[in-house]
Design a protein around this ligand. Structure first.
Ligand code: DSN
Length: 425
């Protein structure tokens, strides 16, 4: 068979783009070479519907071992008693949790997408807002912090079946204990979606949701630095707590209901090559190197935030506890769209983002979200964050100046040579 040079040339170009630019998308990262390599291996050819030891196909004895190792390592990473590593994505993980715990029309309560929440937490455009009755809490206008009073008041008024915490654009830690207290009061389950800060939670740098939240989901490719995918975890399994039954009407443990919800509920065959890569990444997370990495993420994020504040940028909540920051650009007379486009043209990649109480559409927005997991993987330290903010500031203050953009491209490409990516490739 002829090698598909058209596609492989494009893959090479994407590698160059990743190598030469500054990656600040808060949800992106660079996996290790061995994690990357595991994804391109022969378990990709295998059908393995079911779970280790209980498959619907023959020939699963090796992928059973791979999946069991992935589960065991993940349980160790988060001190969980049960885990499912099959969800193809974070959205699939959340879908499975909803399927296991809710009936169509049930009430859910999540952080509003426009305040930093996620599509799958009840957005009208998503299955979660179409199939379930969604209510929202937000952040406080003066502090940018989650409005726990609003969360509690809405929970008491609406009595949702599930309260969802977690965000895709929130730079502060969560009070899981407080959310669990009101959930117990109104009889709700708590789902923590830790897709963004999972790597920091794994290393004890942020509050641990697993003790307080009934169910925890995550992606594996953000701060966990694994392949693209999802996971579901429990620290404390429970039975018949909320009268939830399996499709045949039998009472089951939550772990059994969640397994059934992932397969056959929302997925067919698991991606065993991706599960192999998850296992590799989880092994890396258990190492001391990853502890150093996670700490450096927080140091870099805080150094970058301080530099933005020093230059007069308006950070929501005035700083960060985690890997990202949200910047309101209105005082700089820029929209998020304009900022994203100008920075993109200078090989600095991030995304425009609505800020709380935004007056612009989601296609324009007043802000940008900036994250440091990927640049930290490249080996950058606090002083490098100042260099990045310096380059960004110059572009943002001269967004229509093609000479500034051209100079910055050169500067960015030169700067990134100090931080090689996949030198073996
Ligand atoms: N799209 C992801 C993010 O960028 O945060 C969330 O799913």
């Amino acid at each position: 068979m002829q090698r598909d040079s058209q596609i492989f040339n494009l893959i090479d170009k994407e590698l160059d783009r990743q190598r030469n630019g500054i990656e600040l998308i808060a949800s992106e990262n660079f996996t290790s070479l061995q994690t990357l390599q595991a994804m391109g291996t022969v378990p990709a050819n295998k059908y393995a519907e079911g779970y280790p030891g209980k498959r619907y196909y023959g020939g699963c004895e090796i992928v059973d071992q791979i999946e069991t190792i992935a589960i065991d390592r993940l349980k160790k990473v988060f001190n969980a008693s049960w885990a499912n590593v099959q969800p193809h994505s974070g959205a699939q993980a959340n879908t499975a949790v909803f399927l296991a715990c809710l009936k169509p029309g049930d009430k859910i309560l999540g952080l509003d997408l426009s305040m930093g929440g996620h599509l799958t937490h009840g957005s009208a455009a998503n299955f979660s807002g179409k199939i379930y009755q969604a209510f929202f809490y937000g952040v406080k206008k003066d502090t940018g912090l989650v409005d726990y009073e609003q969360l509690e008041a809405t929970a008491r008024a609406e009595k949702p079946k599930m309260i969802i915490c977690g965000a895709s654009a929130y730079s502060r830690d969560w009070d899981y204990q407080r959310i669990r207290a009101v959930a117990d009061e109104v009889g709700a389950l708590v789902l923590a979606d830790i897709a963004h800060p999972a790597g920091l939670i794994a290393k004890g740098l942020l509050n641990d949701p697993l003790d307080h939240c009934h169910i925890v989901t995550s992606t594996t490719h953000k701060t966990l630095r694994g392949p693209r995918g999802g996971i579901i975890m429990l620290r404390h399994d429970f039975e018949n707590h909320f009268g939830i039954k399996d499709p045949k009407g039998n009472t089951r443990t939550m772990s059994a209901l969640l397994d059934l919800a992932v397969f056959p509920g929302v997925q067919g065959g698991p991606l065993e090559h991706v599960i192999a890569a998850k296992a590799v990444a989880f092994g890396e997370i258990l190492s001391e190197d990853f502890s150093i990495y996670a700490k450096q993420i927080v140091n870099n994020s805080q150094a970058m935030a301080a530099e933005f504040v020093r230059r007069g940028y308006d950070l929501i909540s005035n700083g960060t506890d985690n890997h990202l920051m949200l910047i309101d650009l209105r005082n700089k007379n820029l929209t998020g769209k304009k900022a994203q486009e100008a920075l993109d043209s200078a090989h600095i990649t991030l995304n425009k983002n609505a800020v709380p109480f935004d007056d612009k559409s989601p296609f324009v927005t007043s802000g940008i979200r900036v994250g440091v997991p990927a640049v930290t993987t490249r080996g950058m330290k606090e002083a490098d964050m100042q260099s990045i903010v310096d380059m960004m500031d110059r572009v943002l203050m001269n967004a229509d100046d093609q000479k500034v953009i051209a100079d910055t491209i050169q500067q960015v490409n030169e700067f990134m040579k100090r931080f090689p990516l996949y030198p073996e490739l």
